[in-house]
Design a protein around this ligand. Structure first.
Ligand code: MIC
Ligand code: SF4
Length: 641
């Protein structure tokens, strides 16, 4: 029986378990990446493991999220990451070099190899034919130390692309189409493999856009074949020797198939406040726009920005629009400057931002009150822009640029100019902002500013868990709700005691205070609890506040792993009516905890209502043991002892 690309790469990297769907496997990780807002924690945890030098083929630490320096905090974090990287064998990508996923695609991704990153959009590298997965910082720390990374052997979905995109319809519209079909929870436990005739016409940056936003499906990852287009891209980056063909066998067996005819696709837009609230752009009339933001790890490649420039060339943006553009990398920005395109962008009225995440994570450029913001980004969760009342729409660079000219959300196929952009035969390669690690790390002293606080550590599980249901939230709660991120909070990513005071406040402003007053307790969640980011802070802040367990209808993959890594029990309602029965402030008791964890069936007693709910803990033995030990670090200590 033939193999899919996913199975081939897993087979080559399998160290624990069998390739049986639904069972846990451990794979060897070739590459890791971290970014600064999750990186400080990942490196503090790496230090706690006591390993001198990373054991991966390559590990890179990026600075791209926390680039506003309105006080010493971010600069302190940068210095810590730079020195810890130098000491332990990690490459350091300085601020200004670009967004981790864009730079990794340009300079480091290798077809057929494995990558994990402490950022949920790590699957961007799937555009290069790599098996690339987003993970919590602790999992990345362990992989840097040579440990395997565990996933559930995924279902593999074949996404069959037919035909060719029409002019002004783009890769972003393909992934928006998939999101409209499957929703933000439709990808859990699955890898999406893009195959078919339509793949041939898509360049590596376009493929990367699709894999990037596959994260919004909740997928384990997404992947494209590595073919002539991949070779062209690698050659143009001076990395031909990294090329390797990756494709599925002719008779590969898939669990599901989706077919998309590219010829029929139209420009799409994800409406507030979820990436799966997709409509045709042409359906939305008279939507006046306040802001347009082009960039992020989804759409900030040279290819994207050249298309934007072609549209804006010689014109002026509408009076009512503020247009900001953040190029994805120094390579992109330098090339735009060299070929004169930057001048066209600036002349049209665009405000050029630093090569970084910027507005995507609320680091500046928050829209006005009730503002309509069109963004080429991947997430439009409520409040993420920094303005709670803002209406954020996600769309392609073409739609963004044409709308910038009209001042209204506009179907780009109505644009009367021609946009014909090709990737260069040679990119300008200059890795001078990538600092290599020290030959001998012993000499390097790690600098820890006052913003770097120790992270909370879980304790072995108690025999009985009791407390009140501190809060009850609905479906699709994101990590942006659990641990909000914006220009004010991001500087404190190394300071959990400070962050904890904001935990879950967008849903329940009193939550942190109540948790502290009650010495912790339980969180009640709906389905897909913890979707979105990989930020471990969404588990560390609850741990700090004494949260013992989260009872939910279902969990998003990375957040569930982060909870378990930090000793918080993620329990799933067997009957969703039981979710309806529990109310905020009900007293909850779970007895005989170790046995119940081992059995995987948990009886939750609601003392207030005198009811019992049968719930499930459907996790592998390894994770059960981890919970009993009190998290991953304690489990590792036990294993080492
Ligand atoms: C995001 O897009 O939400 C982030 C910010 O990149 C996060 C990481 C973080 O919270 O630091 C992610 O996607 O994992
Ligand atoms: Fe940065 Fe936004 Fe990409 Fe997250 S989604 S890595 S914040 S650009």
């Amino acid at each position: 029986m033939g193999l899919t690309m996913t199975e081939k790469i897993i087979q080559n990297h399998l160290v624990v378990g069998e390739m049986k769907k639904g069972s846990e496997i451990g794979i060897k990780i070739d590459h890791t990446l971290t970014q600064d807002s999750t990186g400080t924690m990942a490196y503090l945890q790496f230090e706690a493991l006591g390993i001198d030098k990373v054991k991966t083929k390559r590990s890179v630490a990026y600075i791209d999220h926390n680039i506003l320096q309105t006080g010493p905090e971010n600069a302190d974090d940068h210095l810590y990451i730079q020195t810890v990287a130098k000491k332990h064998g990690i490459y350091f990508s300085k601020p200004g070099n670009g967004i981790c996923h864009q730079v990794n695609l340009e300079r480091f991704d290798v077809p057929g190899e494995t990558l994990i990153g402490s950022d949920s959009h790590t699957p961007t590298a799937g555009g290069m034919g790599m098996l690339a997965i987003g993970a919590g910082g602790l999992d990345v720390a362990v992989a840097m130390g040579g440990g395997e990374y565990y996933i559930i052997m995924p279902q593999v979905v074949k996404v069959n692309l037919l035909g060719k995109l029409k002019p002004m319809v783009s890769a972003k519209d393909i992934i928006l189409k998939v999101l409209s079909m499957l929703t933000v929870k439709g990808g859990v436990g699955k890898v999406f493999e893009y195959v078919g005739d339509g793949v041939k016409s898509l360049s590596v940056p376009e493929r990367a856009t699709i894999c990037n936003m596959g994260a919004e499906l909740g997928a384990t990852t997404s992947i494209f074949p590595s073919d002539e287009k991949t070779l062209d891209f690698l050659k143009a980056q001076g990395r031909e020797s990294d090329f390797k063909v990756i494709n599925p066998d002719e008779d590969a067996v898939y669990d599901e198939t989706i077919t998309i005819d590219l010829n029929e696709l139209e420009p799409l837009v994800a409406c507030p406040h979820s990436p799966d609230k997709v409509k045709k752009v042409s359906e939305i009339k008279n939507l006046k726009v306040n802001q347009i933001a082009i960039g992020s790890c989804t759409n900030s490649s040279l290819f994207d920005l050249m298309k934007v420039a072609e549209i804006l060339k010689g014109k002026t943006i509408a009076e009512n629009v503020s247009l900001v553009i953040a190029p994805g990398s120094k390579q992109v920005l330098t090339m735009l400057a060299e070929n004169g395109v930057l001048a066209q962008l600036v002349a049209s009225g665009a405000r050029i931002l630093e090569c970084a995440c910027g507005p995507c994570i609320g680091m500046g450029q928050s829209p006005c009150t009730d503002g309509v913001s069109l963004r080429t980004f991947n997430r439009n969760f409520e409040g993420r822009s920094g303005t709670v009342s803002a209406q954020v729409y996600l769309l392609s660079p073409e739609t963004a640029a044409v709308s910038a000219l009209t001042g209204y959300l506009t179907d780009p196929t109505t644009f009367d100019g021609k946009v014909d952009v090709e990737l260069p035969k040679e990119f300008m390669v200059n890795d001078n902002l990538i600092v290599p690690p020290a030959e001998d790390g012993e000499e390097v002293e790690i600098v820890r500013g006052p913003n770097i606080k120790p992270f909370p550590k879980a304790k072995p599980i108690a025999a009985k868990l009791e407390g009140i249901a501190l809060t009850k939230v609905g479906d699709n709660i994101t990590t942006d709700h659990i641990m909000p991120s914006n220009a004010k909070l991001l500087p404190f990513r190394s300071n959990i005691p400070h962050l904890a005071d904001y935990c879950l406040t967008p849903c329940d402003p009193d939550f942190p205070k109540k948790a502290k007053e009650n010495g912790g307790g339980f969180i009640i969640g709906g389905s897909n609890y913890g979707q979105g980011s990989s930020r471990e802070h969404a588990a560390l802040a609850p741990l700090y506040l004494g949260i013992k367990a989260v009872l939910a209808k279902s969990f998003a993959r990375i957040h569930k792993a982060n909870l378990i890594n930090n000793g918080i029990v993620p329990i799933v309602f067997k009957n969703s009516e039981d979710y309806d029965k529990i109310e905020k402030n009900d007293k909850i008791v779970i007895d005989n905890v170790v046995n119940q964890i081992n059995e995987g069936i948990v009886t939750v007693h609601n003392e207030t209502k005198n009811e019992d709910y049968e719930m499930v803990l459907d996790i592998p033995e390894r994770q059960k043991d981890m919970l009993i030990c009190g998290g991953k670090l304690n489990q590792i200590k036990k294993q080492n002892a």
